[in-house]
Design a protein around this ligand. Structure first.
Ligand code: NAD
Length: 453
């Protein structure tokens, strides 16, 4: 029996005891998870710094703050979320109890990605615990320092049988995927997403796939360009562009292009100074493979801004490329790095057509001060989520469901949406044995025969 098989079996046996179900137990585990984050803040920040060269402040802002928020809301609202949800009745069931009962699914598998190694791995765990499941947690091996800290320290705070952490790369993940789970929650690229879905199909296991893609950012000519450029520059270059909902490319009219470049140039100077390489606020590419991948995307282009790199540090300067043709390599795959192509469009119709010709994105951004432009963009396109006149901020609200659509993913999470994602919604109808006369019309013999009697 493999180690992975053993871990899953143990989690299933623990789940079958029913220990994960009482709300008191769930709340206790969630509070322990919160305590883990508070007490081990430094270990977490050091690991992320080693993995991605992020500052402690940035880890707090982009990893632990959101996690703590998710835990707080789950603890506060759990009793309400887990309670039976009464629904409308029909005439035939007017005297019955009719409700939806959220129930745990069983043993779930959470496969995390490396770009925000704590947020994308532990936020689903918060929901899995809140919904009463056992959960096997598989952090990304790519962010190896974070994975190690998670494997070593998390079991000191959570029940080891119910919530084991399994480290490893492709072969360990594939061995896990051969096991039977009741739900699989995967965050990462769509190629592996397809493998996860295939493996899940063998057991008819439902999946949540949090994938990526190319998230467009349309800048209308009627806009405060200074503000737009500041917000876009923040979202694009934070974490060195390695953010699933970063604006992937800009769409704007040709007359705006040089002003956009100038706005980004000024903002980069404000954020990172004249030499981003020496700024403590500017990150690094996670590993050499991704460094080579991002640099290859830039091959053959002249950067309007940036373009410098240093392979020994996996540093790529914040880079903007102008007049990128729609069919260029830069426009074929998700960039996931600090390169920002600008594609010019003739007007809003052209922009909408451009977006709709491509796969449904994870996020969409629109900058405009004209209500009609915003309304048209929202009504005539689709995406997992959208933020208007800013980027990425829809992610921060746990009242909004976060997830993709089409190729950018399936399923959603955050706040109550996470709880629902990790729950089975059982349809419940509870009748009494009385009032049998009400039921007579549905029993044979049918009415015409009854009438003849
Ligand atoms: P990654 O390389 O860490 O892979 C993700 C997970 O898949 C890891 O745990 C890894 O062990 C596992 N894995 C890799 N290859 C595998 C294989 N052949 N078989 C089975 N398991 C395998 O992360 P990544 O894919 O480089 O992550 C970046 C992608 O994730 C981007 O596309 C990004 O947009 C997306 N992403 C999405 C979200 C979201 O919430 N929608 C969040 C973060 C990242």
């Amino acid at each position: 029996m493999s180690r992975e098989q053993l871990v899953v079996e143990r989690a299933r046996r623990a789940f079958q005891t029913g220990m994960s179900k009482p709300l008191k137990f769930r709340v206790h585990q969630l509070k322990n998870l919160h305590r883990f984050i508070t007490e081990r803040r430094k270990d977490i920040a050091d690991a992320v710094n080693k993995d991605l060269n992020k500052t402690e402040h940035s880890t707090e802002l982009f990893e632990t703050l959101g996690l703590e928020g998710e835990i707080d809301v789950a603890v506060e609202r759990l009793a309400e979320w887990a309670a039976p949800r009464p629904v409308e009745k029909s005439l035939l069931t007017i005297l019955d109890e009719v409700y939806i009962q959220p129930e745990p699914l069983g043993v779930v598998l959470i496969i995390g990605a490396w770009n925000y190694p704590w947020a994308v791995t532990l936020q689903p765990l918060v929901a899995a615990i809140a919904a009463g499941n056992a959960a096997v947690v598989k952090p990304s091996e790519v962010s190896s320092h974070s994975a190690k800290v998670m494997e070593e320290l998390l079991p000191l705070y959570l029940d080891k049988e119910l919530y084991p952490v399994v480290c490893g790369g492709v072969s360990e993940t594939q061995e896990l995927l051969r096991q039977r789970f009741d739900h699989i929650f995967y965050t990462g690229n769509s190629t592996v997403g397809k493998l996860v879905m295939e493996a899940a199909a063998r057991h008819l296991t439902p999946v949540t796939l949090e994938l990526g893609g190319k998230s467009p950012c349309y800048i209308d000519k009627d806009v405060d360009l200074r503000v737009a450029c500041r917000r876009i520059t923040w979202g694009k270059f934070v974490n060195c562009g390695q953010t699933c909902i970063a604006p992937d490319y800009i769409l704007c009219e040709p007359s705006l292009q040089n002003r956009v470049v100038e706005g980004i140039r000024q903002t980069l100077l404000e954020f990172y100074g004249p030499d981003p390489k020496s700024s403590p606020d500017y990150g690094r590419i996670i590993n050499q493979r991704h460094f080579n991948r991002v640099m290859a995307l830039l091959d053959g282009y002249t950067a309007a801004l940036g373009g410098q790199s240093d392979s020994s540090q996996r540093y790529i300067a914040p880079t903007v490329v102008k007049d990128v043709p729609p069919h260029a390599r830069l426009m074929q795959e998700e960039i996931f790095g600090p390169l920002l192509p600008i594609v010019t469009v003739s007007d809003i119709d052209d922009a909408i057509h451009f977006i709709n010709e491509r796969e449904k994105p994870l996020a969409l951004y629109v900058f405009s001060s004209i209500k009609k432009v915003i309304k048209r963009m929202l009504a005539e396109t689709t995406s997992g989520g959208v933020t208007v006149n800013d980027v990425m901020m829809h992610y921060t609200l746990n009242s909004l469901p976060f997830g993709g659509v089409g190729q950018s993913g399936t399923g959603r999470y955050h706040g109550k949406h996470s709880f629902d994602q990790f729950s089975h919604h059982r349809a419940c109808l509870v009748k009494s044995l009385g009032m049998e006369r009400v039921n007579m019309p549905r029993y044979p013999p049918q009415n015409h025969q009854k009438a003849r009697r």
